[in-house]
Design a protein around this ligand. Structure first.
Ligand SMILES: Cc1cc2nc3c(=O)[nH]c(=O)nc-3n(C[C@H](O)[C@H](O)[C@H](O)COP(=O)(O)OP(=O)(O)OC[C@H]3O[C@@H](n4cnc5c(N)ncnc54)[C@H](O)[C@@H]3O)c2cc1C
Length: 494
């Protein structure tokens, strides 16, 4: 099972062999296939799961899915972990009910739990999905070293429409340089999904029980500083409902206004709202693109704009993190941007705020404070405001390095879609001009694109947005107070 098999269900370009195991005659003494699920947490439209089942069926061995729950991966709190685990609980049920594939949940360090599991069940193939994040790449290297000689490791890009290593073999400069490459490959990769195969051989019954209630309760307690949000239903079915639901689905009900409303922070429903689901892989970007494309004759402009964000911009972010090991730091910026930022690093700032002041939304700019509060309490800042928000952090801190680290810290802590290549690139675009061009030189920003309050005022109703966020925060606080009262009354002796 070491090398990729012939006539595969999944296009070979989607799969990379990270490690070749010792060759074994097909079917002889072969252990099962294990899929270590990390980024693509879904049963449907999942190329990594298809590859795992396909390879297992060819070798007539069973397949299992393993998931490792890290202790606060990249600073995740209750908001992100609650959403993820509630979705995984549903996934386990669906996986076992529809495909009879067992789901194993481990806690701790994946570089230990996954090789141990591979060893324990004598698996000869470990399949993983793809993430460009350095932490995961390091763990995969370690896993490859630790699994036995007979085990192969395959990585499947189940997240991008065009696999990141196929789209481009180098760090791309901007959307302009990657767009043509991706578009050229869409006929090959933006294809209908084949039906998910069922394993032909099932796993021996296990007594492996997951105590979801206790695990969820534990992560919610430990990460309670950033509580869960109510508006974002977890799970694959909820994701499909956001895309295609009959009541308020993006493609079914809201698509037409995407090209006109998506830059208006007062109209959050003008955006798809898919980012939490895409981030956790609860929905496949390829599925979103296929469904959107069917509607192109009805709303060509909206579909084109959506596909530009969903495919070109999102996959450009993966390209950046994959090929730029210094992502998230000033060293990851282009030379021109580093130079201009350093030339202006000592420019006088009108305000300097500390991380704590920024986190508590204590600046003199009511618009910025509103965007920060939208993120802290609602868990998803509007896309347009994210640019203004990050650029202001550059203006109000002691230099670009500090600005970048504060922006990433806040983004990852509070955004439900945080800790994503899109987030690292969004902060790098705003503060370090990544994927952007040079603009007219000015204080502090140098040649980095500038945004200000007056510009926002020209674009949308700033006061309306501030009032909208105030209402949103008021409602969230009211719900929180009611919950606390309810819990306190339950704790009273009856
Ligand atoms: C400072 C800053 C921080 C950001 N942090 C994150 C983050 O943590 N996680 C995250 O997913 N996105 C982030 N973005 C990108 C973008 O703002 C969000 O993806 C978008 O607002 C999510 O809402 P939506 O899904 O409703 O957007 P839609 O407009 O409906 O977009 C659909 C999908 O396209 C992709 N997309 C949209 N805009 C971009 C973009 N500019 N770059 C790359 N992909 C894009 C996303 O996957 C998004 O879910 C950030 C942008 C900036 C400027």
């Amino acid at each position: 099972m070491a090398s990729l098999s012939k006539s595969p269900l999944v296009q070979p370009g989607r799969v990379r062999v990270l490690k070749e195991g010792k060759k074994m005659p097909l079917g002889q003494g072969m252990g099962p296939v294990v899929y270590w699920m990390f980024r693509d947490q879904r049963v449907n439209d999942n190329w990594a799961l298809m590859h795992a089942v396909d390879e297992a069926n060819k070798a007539n061995v069973p397949v299992a899915v393993a998931f490792n729950l890290f202790d606060r991966f990249l600073g995740a709190r209750a908001r992100q972990l609650g959403f993820m685990l509630r979705g995984l609980r549903q996934l386990q049920q669906e996986l076992e009910a529809t495909l009879q594939i067992p789901f194993f949940l481990f806690q701790g360090e994946a570089e230990e739990t996954i090789p141990n599991f591979v060893e324990e069940c004598r698996a000869t193939l470990l399949v993983t999905d793809f993430s460009p994040l350095r932490e995961i790449r390091r763990i995969k290297e370690e896993i490859c070293k630790r699994v036995g000689n007979s085990a192969s490791v395959h990585e499947v890009d189940a997240h991008n429409v065009v696999p990141v290593w196929v789209a481009s073999q180098k760090l791309e400069y901007s959307a302009k340089t990657i767009r043509g490459k991706i578009n050229k490959l869409l006929p090959e990769f933006l294809i209908d999904f084949p039906p998910q195969p069922c394993p032909s051989k099932t796993w021996e019954p296990t007594n492996h029980v997951i105590d979801w209630d206790t695990i969820i309760e534990d992560v919610l307690r430990k990460g309670s500083e950033v509580p869960e949000v109510k508006w974002c239903e977890p799970g694959e079915h909820a994701a499909m409902d956001v895309l295609m639901g009959t009541k308020n689905g993006f493609l079914t009900k809201r698509l037409k206004t995407y090209s006109t409303d998506r830059n208006n922070p007062l109209k959050p429903r003008g955006l798809s709202g898919l980012s939490p689901y895409l981030h956790f892989g609860k929905i496949s970007a390829q599925r979103c693109a296929l469904e959107a494309r069917k509607l192109r004759t009805l709303s060509p402009q909206a579909v084109d704009s959506f596909l530009e964000e969903l495919i070109v911009r999102r996959e450009l972010a993966d390209n950046y993190c994959f090929y730029q090991p210094q992502y998230g730091t000033l060293q990851g910026a282009w030379e021109w941007a580093r130079k201009t930022l350093m030339d202006h690093a000592l420019d006088k700032r009108e305000h300097i705020y500390t991380k704590e002041q920024l986190e508590k939304a204590q600046t003199a700019d009511l618009l910025w404070n509103a965007s920060q509060l939208e993120m802290v309490h609602h868990g998803k800042m509007h896309g347009f405001m994210r640019m203004y928000w990050a650029k202001k952090i550059l203006e109000w801190t002691t230099g670009p390095e500090e600005a970048l680290s504060i922006a990433i810290y806040l983004n990852d802590k509070y955004e439900i879609d945080g800790r994503d290549p899109n987030g690292y690139v969004g902060c790098m675009w705003s503060i370090c001009g990544v994927h952007d061009q040079g603009w007219q030189e000015r204080p502090i920003f140098g040649k980095i694109r500038y945004m200000n309050y007056a510009g926002c005022k020209r674009k949308f109703d700033v006061d309306g947005y501030i009032s909208y966020v105030k209402k949103l925060v008021g409602e969230t606080k009211k719900r929180k107070a009611e919950k606390m009262l309810d819990e306190a009354s339950k704790a009273l002796p009856q």
